[in-house]
Design a protein around this ligand. Structure first.
Ligand code: ADP
Ligand code: BMX
Ligand code: ZN
Length: 291
């Protein structure tokens, strides 16, 4: 059976046709529409799936936001251009004519990365440092989604009580300090207006302000990892997202984590599936619910 996997992020939309042997046969990427009305997202999804949908038997979506009864609700509406609620499953079922299932993007990625781990791991966490900071937790071999879909939204735990306001309404969230959007929002002077990708390039060239911004991000993620070890006793933590996977970021996080007491040090790995963890996770999660 071919699954059309879709990953809806705050910056990009990705789709892949995944066959019964779990190979990606073909893929498509589009930018997430900047000003997102429900109509704009619907149109973008339509273009995204058009070249692939004819060869699929079902649709599996990993999406940023809280997914409850197939409806996408933004916890941080800033990450979705102000779009607060969107009937995700109903829209894709209508656009594709296929059965559709949806799950949060970081929860999906956590499931893919858990399934890829060697050995007998039962407890792990996944963190994406991307447009936002998302997370997924596998506890005793089970992916936590929560009755309200909120489980794993660890980007909205506290990094700094005096930090910037987060789009979720809380102050000083990890996401408000460490995410790609937050890195960009904190840039001033000659770096003002650059996105996290460009700022990361300045960091690599030794720009002092960019170094402060990237180190602040990595420090917040390191403390988050120590908190996750304390709350869940994770056997490992997997890091993904375009900021999380950027060259050198994981080493920065590990260097900061090493400053915490040893009891709070889970091993930290880069995502096995790299930028495809969300797509892979959606497809693997769909296998748990055979048609
Ligand atoms: P999404 O959030 O849509 O899932 P990504 O995981 O690609 O997408 O994360 C997007 C964020 O990552 C943006 O803030 C972008 O500027 C930043 N980014 C993209 N590429 C890089 C890179 N090579 N290095 C550092 N940051 C990057
Ligand atoms: C936000 C939140 C999470 C998501 C995380 C990473 C919204 C729209 N999203 O914390 O649900 O998992 O961002 O999302 O409230 P990404 O867009 O960075 O992949
Ligand atoms: Zn928040």
């Amino acid at each position: 059976m071919n699954t059309l996997a879709i990953d809806i992020g705050g910056t990009k939309l990705a789709a892949a046709l995944i066959n019964a042997q779990r190979q990606i046969v073909e893929r498509q990427t589009l930018p997430t529409p900047a000003s997102q009305t429900p109509g704009a997202l619907r149109e973008a999804l339509q273009s995204l799936i058009a070249p692939l949908v004819g060869r699929a038997e079902r649709v599996a979506v990993a999406s940023t936001g809280i997914i409850r009864h197939g409806v996408l609700t933004a916890l941080n509406p800033d990450n979705l251009g102000g779009l607060a609620q969107f009937p995700l499953v109903a829209t894709l079922e209508q656009l594709s004519g296929l059965p559709c299932l949806a799950i949060n993007d970081a929860q999906a990625a956590a499931w893919a990365e858990y399934c890829a781990l060697p050995g007998e791991v039962r407890d792990m966490a996944f963190i994406t440092v991307s447009t936002g900071v998302g997370g997924g937790i596998v506890s005793n071999g089970k992916l936590l989604s929560g009755r309200q879909g909120l489980a794993g939204h660890i980007g909205h735990t506290l990094a700094d009580p005096h930090g910037p306001m987060c789009g979720c309404g809380r102050r000083g969230c990890v996401e408000a300090v460490a995410s790609g959007r937050a890195i960009a929002a904190q840039a001033v002077d000659d770096l003002q207006g650059l996105d996290a990708k460009a700022l990361y390039a300045h960091y690599q060239q030794g720009h002092p302000q960019a170094i402060r911004l990237i180190e602040r991000s990595a420090h917040a993620v390191a403390r988050l990892i120590a908190d996750l070890k304390a709350s869940n006793d994770c056997e490992c933590v997997v890091l993904g997202g375009s900021v999380g996977l950027a060259d050198g970021y994981l080493s920065l996080v590990c260097a900061r984590l090493a400053q915490e007491p040893a009891a709070f040090h889970p091993p930290v790995f880069a995502a096995h599936y790299q930028h495809d963890a969300g797509l892979r996770g959606a497809a693997l999660w769909a296998e748990e619910f055979p048609l």
